[in-house]
Design a protein around this ligand. Structure first.
Ligand SMILES: [Zn+2]
Length: 477
């Protein structure tokens, strides 16, 4: 392994090989990950890329230094699904003139983006270095950073895009190696196209860069009329704005390889005249829930917030770090089956690790073996085996305890002082006493177990003066 790679190797979807990772500039390692479209709560499948690329971000910071990694994750706040949601939720206000469509859209996107930030913070993810919003990169910017309209103009100038029927379309036939990421070639796509080709498209694979907006739709003035961007162009603009024409790592879910990432590559390479957009393309695998594809119609569609805050999954709430560990117990490229059993397993493991780590007064060094495991294409499972081994070696205050504490912090698990909401515990105890008085033992036990899951152990006793039942609590180590 060359020194330049610092022992880090990553699987690259572009080459279908695992290669030593050598950054373009070790002083500024640059990574872009496609972020959420903010029209609805993020679901548990959206949590996977957030967690996986957070681990990679932490690893890169560890290897290259915190100040030497730039992680950009965008927010897609222009999308027809957002318009539809604004009309659904604020239709009456818009009709009565209380809100404009743009104001209603802003309400939808701000509320959803705020929720996303709360969700990913609960999952132990660090904020990215920059989190640009698509709507701020449509029109030419006063700071001269890349924007979508300028990119589209350049694609037209370079004969990679054309105007037809009020749309600007990318001309896939103008790019000889279009399809290299997904390994689809244009002939196959045309032969396989079952739907009638839109008459204005030169080729069925040609995709929209810009489309016209009706007066009721959000729009920006452009050389092609008042309109809005297609889906893919925003990531080409925002990655160029913060990371340059060519950068190190581009990530996202497997479902984004085609068409989204393929089209990002086409736009960026053709606009900038480069051989690659990003050197390494990384994709996390699919997620199923209890062995089934997650879908609204199957009733197994779970928002991250639902798992954190309600008892809809397995009859209880789940701490964010349990979701995080459960997600990382499967290698990021493998499909994952998200299940109650997996969450219970993660919770038990985490409890053991934390109990051992708590015996260290302070964090020590992250062991080289842990860094080495993660450096092998994020082999989290191998890293976790090391953690379990460390936990087995722990005695009060010794070195393995300090190493374990450091490793857990490094991987995004909270091993500081247990934070207990005392008012909430007091309320739960009062409720349990009421349930006991009403002889509702099952519910009373449920309240007790829920507290236990948060590390709060109840102790029942009697007040020596009055003989009444009193319940005290302590944080379980
Ligand atoms: Zn993207």
């Amino acid at each position: 392994m060359s020194d330049a790679s610092k022992g880090l190797s990553l699987y690259n979807t572009l080459t279908r090989t695992k290669d030593a990772f050598v950054p373009i500039d070790a002083g500024n390692v640059r990574m872009y990950v496609c972020g959420p479209t903010v029209y609805d709560f993020a679901h548990i499948g959206n949590a996977r890329p957030a967690i996986v690329f957070d681990v990679l971000f932490r690893l890169l910071r560890h290897v290259y230094g915190e100040a030497h990694v730039t992680y950009v994750r965008n927010i897609t706040d222009v999308d027809d699904k957002i318009n539809a949601r604004a009309l659904r939720d604020f239709g009456a206000e818009i009709a009565s003139g209380k809100l404009t469509l743009n104001e209603a859209i802003r309400r939808v996107t701000e509320k959803t983006a705020d929720q996303y930030h709360r969700d990913v913070a609960a999952l132990g993810c660090l904020p990215p270095t920059v989190e640009p919003r698509a709507t701020e990169f449509v029109a030419r910017r006063p700071d001269g950073k890349a924007d979508m309209i300028t990119l589209i103009e350049r694609l037209i100038e370079r004969r990679h895009a054309y105007v037809a029927a009020g749309e600007v379309l990318f001309d896939t036939a103008s790019m000889p190696d279009y399809g290299e990421l997904s390994k689809r070639n244009l002939d196959e796509q045309q032969a396989g196209a079952r739907v009638a080709v839109d008459a204005h498209k030169k080729n069925p694979g040609d995709f929209v860069l810009w489309k016209l907006s009706s007066p009721e739709e959000p729009g920006w003035d452009s050389p092609w009329g008042r309109g809005r961007p297609g889906w893919h162009i925003e990531c080409s603009a925002m990655s160029a704005a913060y990371l340059g024409d060519v950068f190190d790592i581009h990530g996202g879910g497997l479902d984004l390889i085609f068409p989204h990432h393929e089209n990002e590559i086409a736009q960026s390479r053709c606009a900038h005249g480069t051989d690659v957009m990003a050197n390494v393309w990384m994709h996390n695998g699919f997620l199923q829930v209890e062995g089934q594809k997650m879908s609204k119609s199957l009733g197994n569609f779970y928002a991250i917030a639902e798992l954190l805050e309600t008892d809809t999954f397995g009859g209880r709430k789940w701490p964010g770090e349990v979701l995080r560990l459960a997600m990382l117990m499967t290698h990021y490229r493998e499909p994952i089956d998200f299940s109650v059993r997996k969450l219970e397993e993660a919770e038990n493991t985490l409890r053991k690790w934390k109990r051992a780590a708590d015996l260290a007064p302070a964090a020590g060094q992250v062991p080289a073996e842990i860094v080495a495991a993660l450096s092998d294409d994020l082999a989290t499972y191998a890293a976790f085996q090391q953690l379990t081994q460390l936990a087995g070696e722990v005695v009060e205050g010794n070195e393995p305890a300090a190493a374990l504490k450091a490793s857990l912090l490094f991987l995004g698990f909270d091993v500081g002082a247990a934070k207990v909401d005392e008012a909430a515990v007091a309320k739960a105890i009062a409720k349990r006493l009421e349930l006991i008085a009403a002889k509702n033992w099952a519910e009373a036990d449920r309240v007790r177990d829920e507290l236990l899951a948060q590390g709060v152990q109840l102790k029942d006793g009697k007040d020596p003066a009055t003989g009444e039942r009193v319940t005290t609590w302590e944080v379980k180590r």
